[in-house]
Each structure stands twice: as C-alpha cells, then as structure tokens.
Design a protein around this ligand. Sequence first.
Ligand SMILES: NC(=O)c1ccc[n+]([C@@H]2O[C@H](COP(=O)([O-])OP(=O)(O)OC[C@H]3O[C@@H](n4cnc5c(N)ncnc54)[C@H](O)[C@@H]3O)[C@@H](O)[C@H]2O)c1
Length: 206
Amino acid sequence: MTSSTIGIIGLGYVGLPLSLQFARTGSVELGFDIDPVKTTALMESRSYILHIPVEAVREQREAGRFAATTDFSRASECEALIICVPTPLARHRDPDLTYVLNTGKAIAPHLRPEQLVVLESTTCPGTTDTELREVLETGSGLEAGADFHLAFSPEREDPGNPQSDVAHIPKIVGGFTPECQKHALAVYGPASRPSFRWKAVAWPRP
Ligand SMILES: NC(=O)c1ccc[n+]([C@@H]2O[C@H](COP(=O)([O-])OP(=O)(O)OC[C@H]3O[C@@H](n4cnc5c(N)ncnc54)[C@H](O)[C@@H]3O)[C@@H](O)[C@H]2O)c1
C-alpha cells in the first residue's frame, strides 16, 4: 500500500460501497473491520451485501486496489481514515457512540502527522470535535487541526433506491479547521463523478 491509500473503517452497508467507489476511481483502498468473517470474505473476493455483486469486489481485488484487514496498526499506511461504524440508538434514543469511540481508540496509537480522519457515522453535532477528537488526541499525543486533519462528512446511502449510487449523491464535508476541510475535499474529490455537487461547510474552531 502507498501513501495515497484511503482507509475505510467499518465495512458494512456504508463502508463497503464507499471503499469500492474510492478503488474504482484510482485510490488504493484498505478496509478495516473488527469482524474477521467480513475481511476474509473480501480478501477472497466474496460479497456479503446483497446489492454489491461479487464482481465489484473481485475487480478491485484483482486490480490490486482493494484489501481488507482486522489489523489496525495498518492505519499508519493510510493518507486518510474514514470511519463508517454503527451508531445504534441508545436507551434515550441518542446515538450510542461506543463503536465510534472504540474505533478512535484503536486507530489513535497509529495516527501520524498530516493524516486525515473523517467521521461518516450518523451522530449528534459535536461528536467529531469533542468526543472523537479527545480519544484521537489522547491516544496519539497529536493535536487535531495542528498535527492531523479532522472532518465530518455524513454518509450518503439511500437504502431501497435502486437508482442510488454513492458517487452521485451530494456530499457535505465539514472540517475542524479550514485546512482540515481543504484536505477532506481533496480526498473525496477524485471519488466523485463530474456531476457530483459539493457543499463545503465552514466549521470554525470554538
Ligand atoms: N446503511 C444505511 O443505509 C445507513 C443509512 C443512514 C445512516 N447510516 C449510518 O451509517 C453508519 C454505518 O452504518 P452501516 O449501515 O454501514 O452499519 P453496518 O452495521 O452495516 O456496518 C458497520 C460495520 O462496522 C464494523 N465495526 C463495528 N465496530 C467496529 C470497530 N470498532 N472498528 C471497525 N469496524 C467496526 C461492523 O463489523 C460492521 O461491518 C451508522 O452510523 C448508521 O447509522 C447507515
């Protein structure tokens, strides 16, 4: 894997199509999941998601643009890390951040300067620049916005819509600092079709 590798964490309904879209548009893609059944299936060019054909996985595997792993130390190989893990509703119908924060703890020791971390999981405003930022900074000793880039970009799946295509759904990207936003837009840009519309959201630091 090269320095332009994009890492997607959580290879489910959001993460797997996004991974394949990055791979199709020329990035080298490294997918991470805690479930070895999923990473093994993908490494063997199998799909476990009904609307993702085996050929879509096989094509990218054979092109050498897609691999999957449970080894989070490989996060250091990636230019960008995009988090697509579950956020089920908790007891009071607020998002349960356990998976997001566990992911933050797993990647933090492997973060390096200049990397970009993006949260795509559905959550409350503030999760990225408070809870997630804290675990990333504590575990890495690095500072968001100064040493590494941090952004939020809500996932864009449209379940049940057969015309839906991740490359064509407008994407909103908000950076922790203007520089973080610039990096996030640069990473997502090549994975989008020309008709794709950007909405860059200013997100000044408090
Ligand atoms: N699927 C949709 O259509 C949809 C729609 C709207 C919002 N979302 C949101 O997108 C996010 C992802 O949803 P999804 O449908 O892809 O979930 P999913 O359950 O299909 O996939 C999540 C994947 O993350 C993996 N995972 C869990 N904890 C992990 C960890 N610590 N490290 C690495 N991998 C881990 C799981 O094994 C699973 O493969 C959620 O916040 C969800 O609310 C999804």
